[in-house]
Write a protein that binds this ligand. Structure first.
Ligand code: ARG
Length: 460
């Protein structure tokens, strides 16, 4: 019966059973129970501070809420769809347990500012977990980079062999992407960690509340500035999902490379068996499921971003029930992101490299052609002419089935007589990577420096 609901006073008939189920959020927002209780405890403490509750009443409420948390955690709580959401479920149980004092808790607040507060408390905690997982993955990458700092593989542009690079350099490229992701997340946290509580339904409250005190109790940086904005703003969630989308996009790029590298055609790496699965029909198969799934899950998170942007589009101030739809995409984003980061962080220390295959691949495709051109330029040839000479040499190599480093000095001198014996220093893979020795270059010496900086930052 609507009459039995906390808001039932002005209603003369019961809510339609389907409407009740359709409008309820308890099935998913019960996940916020801990943060809902945390917010209520701080609210009650503030109410006592300003004299709206006695200290005894506040203590009774706090104890009652703590008991409810234990009950929920012990699986001893019947969630009620007719009580709609986490806020009314907890409040009704409080009143059942402690009596009339429970009914005083909702003084000076509304579910509108309550839910906005709960989500921010919850998301703040999740951002801390996500940040930890990013760091763990970065440590894995830096360690792999360190192990493979001298390992040479072809670098690609257009997925065509371009120039030799080091595996360490490649791993550190992934590290850099995550470093930006980490920073973006901390920046997003600044806007998450603002307290809406006190905005009440939309206009604030007539009671002499102390919002700064509640914010301090809850560890928020400050209370929000405008009550209308506070109850309706979900920018912080949209911003978080956009950061998450970018992280997933990065993971999808790593995934794609791992899938390619683990294939027989590349054969650059071996993924640990426990991160792969087999085929029910093809006995030889070992499938890179984890990176494939992460690549696929990126789509869900991008979808969640669009869901939330579309949810907010054209919403008039202030709170609208539309906003109840914010939770599932947000929860799904956090679960997907945490799972994907965890899978990668767990997997990274066990990725085995196949140096011989990488080297073989780097020897194909004339990956040191640019080095030969640079060599000619140093000897005085204009770059465009050097480009032409090397192009002709590559054409010859294709015909003869020879890499530049496999040609004899006489063969090379057909294309330019300024080529001397010292050309072989630059035509080798080692010579090629070592020569790119400046900030950001692939030379092992440079990569080592970046690894040291990264390890200091990570305390690894
Ligand atoms: N379950 C609601 C939500 O998630 C809580 C706020 C509802 N407020 C209201 N006046 N109906 O947004």
């Amino acid at each position: 019966m609507s009459k039995d609901k906390p808001w039932g006073g002005r209603f003369s008939e019961a809510t339609d059973a389907f409407v009740e189920a359709f409008t309820a959020s308890i099935d998913f927002d019960k996940r916020l129970y801990k943060h809902d209780i945390q917010g209520s405890i701080a609210h009650a403490t503030m109410l006592a501070k300003v004299g709206l509750l006695t200290e005894d009443e506040a203590a009774t409420i706090r104890r009652g809420l703590a008991d409810i948390q234990s009950d929920i955690e012990a699986g001893n709580f019947d969630w009620s769809v007719s009580l709609e959401d986490i806020h009314m479920n907890v409040e009704a149980r409080l009143t059942d347990n402690i009596g009339i004092t429970g009914k005083k808790l909702h003084t000076g607040r509304s579910r509108n500012d309550q839910v906005a507060t709960d989500i921010r408390l919850w998301l703040r905690e999740q951002i801390a977990y996500i940040s930890e997982e990013i760091r763990r993955l970065q440590i894995g990458l830096v360690e792999l980079a360190e192990q493979e700092v001298d390992t040479i593989l072809p670098g690609f542009t257009h997925l065509q062999v371009a120039q030799p690079i080091t595996f360490g350099h490649h791993m550190m490229a992934w590290y850099e992407m995550l470093e930006r992701d980490y920073d973006r997340l901390q920046d997003c946290l600044k806007r998450v960690n603002i307290m809406p509580l006190g905005a009440a339904a939309l206009a604030g409250t007539t009671y002499p509340i102390d919002r700064a005190y509640t914010a301090e109790l809850l560890g928020f940086d400050r209370p929000s500035n405008n009550s209308l904005d506070s109850v309706s703003d979900r920018d912080f969630a949209i911003e978080f999902i956009s950061v998450a989308s970018l992280i997933m996009t990065h993971l999808s790029r790593y995934s794609e490379e791992l899938v390619l590298w683990a294939s027989a055609q590349f054969g650059f790496i071996n993924l640990p068996d426990r991160f792969c699965t087999g085929s029910s029909i093809m006995p030889q198969k070992k499938n890179p499921d984890v990176p494939e799934l992460v690549r696929g899950k990126t789509g869900r998170v991008n979808g969640n971003l669009i869901s939330l942007l579309t949810l907010m589009k054209s919403q008039p101030l202030a709170y609208n029930k539309d906003n109840q739809e914010d939770k599932e995409p947000l929860f799904d984003t956090v679960d997907t992101l945490l799972g994907s980061l965890r899978a990668f962080a767990d997997m990274m220390p066990h990725v085995e490299t196949n140096k011989a295959n990488m080297r073989k691949a780097a020897m194909q495709g004339f990956s040191t052609a640019t080095d030969l051109a640079d060599y000619l330029v140093v000897k005085g040839l204009p770059f465009r002419d050097a480009h032409e000479v090397v192009g002709t040499a590559v054409g010859y190599g294709v015909k003869e089935g020879k890499d530049l480093s496999e040609m004899s000095l006489e063969e090379l001198q057909q294309f330019s007589d300024i080529i001397q014996q010292d050309v072989f220093d630059v035509l080798t893979l080692e010579g090629s990577v070592a020569a790119r020795n400046h900030l950001g270059g692939t030379a092992p010496e440079q990569v080592r420096l970046r690894i040291i900086e990264a390890k200091q930052k990570l305390n690894a």
